[in-house]
Design a binder for this molecule. Sequence first.
Ligand SMILES: C[S@@+](CC[C@H](N)C(=O)[O-])C[C@H]1O[C@@H](n2cnc3c(N)ncnc32)[C@H](O)[C@@H]1O
Length: 209
Amino acid sequence: MSDDYSFDVKRRRPEEIYTNIRDYYSEEEISRYSLSKSIMRIQRKITLRALELLELTKTNLLVMDAGCGPGFTTGVIRKQGYKTIALDFIAQFLYFYDIKELNPIAADIGKLPFKENVFDAIISISAFQWIIRDIHKNEIRKQIIDLMKSFYFLLKPKTKMVIQFYPKNNLVLETFGKVISENTKFKGNFIIDNPENPKKRKIFILLLK
Ligand SMILES: C[S@@+](CC[C@H](N)C(=O)[O-])C[C@H]1O[C@@H](n2cnc3c(N)ncnc32)[C@H](O)[C@@H]1O
């Protein structure tokens, strides 16, 4: 990434305020998020952009939705003709809509029980800001390395993963990129949509196995 792009979000985000993600996602917050038509619209738009970046050529491929929440992303991926495996470790999110065909799995994406080379793509939308928030801490950095290695292991050769997230500042973003490039075999780059407009800015990392 070029050195001349910098940003720093002044507003304190939920992942800075709440040490434990489960304290933030109370029953009330889960309902608010899951029932919000505007959030649904935004997540749909981000998902379509993520799919565009993945450049999947065939339909009926198997896509993982890592940190799926109530399934906004999963629904969009399925509508585009792909099979999905959706995972989130907050079970109340998964059953909010009781959509049987989504069949989501309650799991920590850091501990995935799948075989090598099974996924044609992995998508993670608006979840990684929780995972990387303390990337400067050694123990967290190790967890992130293990997580990214596990995604690499699960993807089929020559397939891609896309992560959209809200890093606090460019330093966190660059550190995440560096951790991935120095510790995994992924090749990749950042894509920043609307870089000059903090409200509309959307940050993606696109990774190729
Ligand atoms: C803001 S929500 C986004 C949900 C969904 N991707 C969407 O676009 O609507 C972030 C989600 O990431 C999930 N998440 C964060 N860390 C996770 C982890 N280690 N394993 C599984 N889910 C995780 C949270 O439980 C939460 O549901």
